[in-house]
Design a protein around this ligand. Structure first.
Ligand SMILES: Nc1nc2c(ncn2[C@@H]2O[C@H](COP(=O)(O)OP(=O)(O)OP(=O)(O)O)[C@@H](O)[C@H]2O)c(=O)[nH]1
Ligand SMILES: [Zn+2]
Length: 376
């Protein structure tokens, strides 16, 4: 398990905005710097405009969330019936509407994107982060470069609903860049940027992914250069961040990671442990989008339930034979499909268990009521 992007070389300040961000130009308001966009504004009803204000969730704890908004930082309780359903609970990056007077959450706004994760052995998908705009999928130009891994990340990013860019680091150490472009030619809609992450000028093309008001996340294996990349993007204006130390119920100090940071002169960076442990929880659509070429071929197979193994009239196998489709890509698609099917099954079982338990409780309650009536 890799550590935080930030822990080793602490350069980022957390969400609280510097005074430089806090000027009065409407295009650079504190809320906009936090990612407030027309998509969220449009969700506000007229009466809410007068009585509520939006705040952004910067960190999530058991029954509280840390939020930032026009009124600054505050901690909000989120344990009411509004948030009983686990899927409704706010996650990092969410926008909540607070009642101005009581400071109580009124509702959560719809998300522009959502990362969730199927933890090993868990029955329910865990929410990782919402409203991330851009994801840099980071790989290096060496043995770490692995197209199947890139496709796995792509499926996750597309399912979440974010914009992706593939960053190939250590370009300065690679003799031949053509092989990477060649390997990626099937992914025409994926921007690819080769960089020397140590060189500020070289990472300049990535700025468009971390402008003020945009939230950025990075995915990639350990050692590919994610921290180096961020340091170069942050430039010289580095400020130290620290983990939060807080007293738990037993009066001990515990250390927690914050999840959203401000990139100096840029947008927000999401760095949560969950992002580094992403699995394929229910990513059917993301997978279909990433392998749209195979889905299109499959529609041309003679049999609707073709497994693309050795069936006659299989357009997928025909494409492999003609060289149109890379066999590795087909193998990876199969593997990811199986993984998704397994995860979806676990989710479906968990939902069925919940339903059965609910039925059991209701039966017990009605039995108890009937019994009480008899004895009254
Ligand atoms: N020459 C060269 N070295 C690089 C480049 N990017 C990263 N490095 C080096 O590679 C090593 C690992 O980089 P990190 O930025 O720590 O990698 P990381 O992805 O953050 O790793 P984790 O924190 O383990 O997830 C460091 O020694 C960097 O200096 C690059 O583009 N060119
Ligand atoms: Zn087929």
């Amino acid at each position: 398990m890799s550590k935080s992007l930030i822990s080793r070389r602490p350069v980022f300040r957390r969400g609280a905005l510097s005074s430089a961000d806090n000027n009065h130009q409407p295009s650079n308001s504190p809320l906009q710097a936090l990612g407030w966009k027309p998509f969220f504004q449009q969700q506000l009803r007229l009466e809410e405009l007068a009585e509520c204000e939006p705040v952004k969730v910067m960190a999530v704890h058991r029954s509280q969330v840390e939020v930032t908004g026009d009124a600054g930082d505050e901690a909000i309780l989120v344990n009411g019936p509004l948030f009983d359903d686990a899927a409704e609970r706010p996650t990092v990056g969410d926008w909540l509407l607070l009642a101005r007077q009581t400071r109580k959450p009124v509702r959560r706004l719809d998300r522009s994107s959502l990362f969730k994760r199927m933890a090993p052995g868990a029955k329910q998908a865990q929410l990782i982060a919402a409203n991330v705009d851009n994801v840099l999928i980071v790989s290096s130009c060496n043995h770490d470069f692995n197209l199947s891994r890139v496709e796995r990340y792509l499926a996750l990013v597309r399912e979440a609903g974010c914009r992706a860019c593939l960053v190939l680091t250590k370009a300065d150490l690679a003799a031949n860049h053509d092989q990477y472009h060649e390997a990626l030619k099937g992914h025409r809609d994926l921007p690819v940027v080769l960089v020397n992450a140590l060189d500020t000028a070289s990472v300049e093309p990535l700025r468009e992914y971390c402008r003020s008001g945009e939230t950025l996340a990075l995915l990639g294996s350990s050692g590919v250069g994610k921290s180096t990349l961020l340091n170069s993007l942050a430039g010289s204006e580095l400020a130290a961040t620290s983990d939060i130390r807080e007293d738990d119920s037993k009066g001990r100090h515990t250390t927690r990671h914050r999840a959203l940071y401000t990139i100096p002169n840029g947008g927000l960076l999401l760095d949560s442990p969950g992002m580094r442990e992403l699995g394929l929880a229910d990513v059917r659509e993301g997978l279909a989008a990433t392998f749209a070429d195979i889905s299109a071929l499959a529609e041309k197979c003679r049999f609707a339930d073709c497994a693309h193994e050795s069936e006659p009239g299989c357009a997928v196998q025909a494409a492999v034979e003609s060289g149109e489709l890379d066999e590795r890509r087909l193998r990876n698609w199969r593997k990811l499909e199986r993984e998704v099917a397994r995860n979806s099954k676990t989710l479906a079982e968990a939902r069925a268990d919940d339903r059965a338990l609910g039925q059991f409780y209701r039966a017990v309650q009605s039995h108890a009521r009937a019994h009480k009536k008899r004895t009254d």
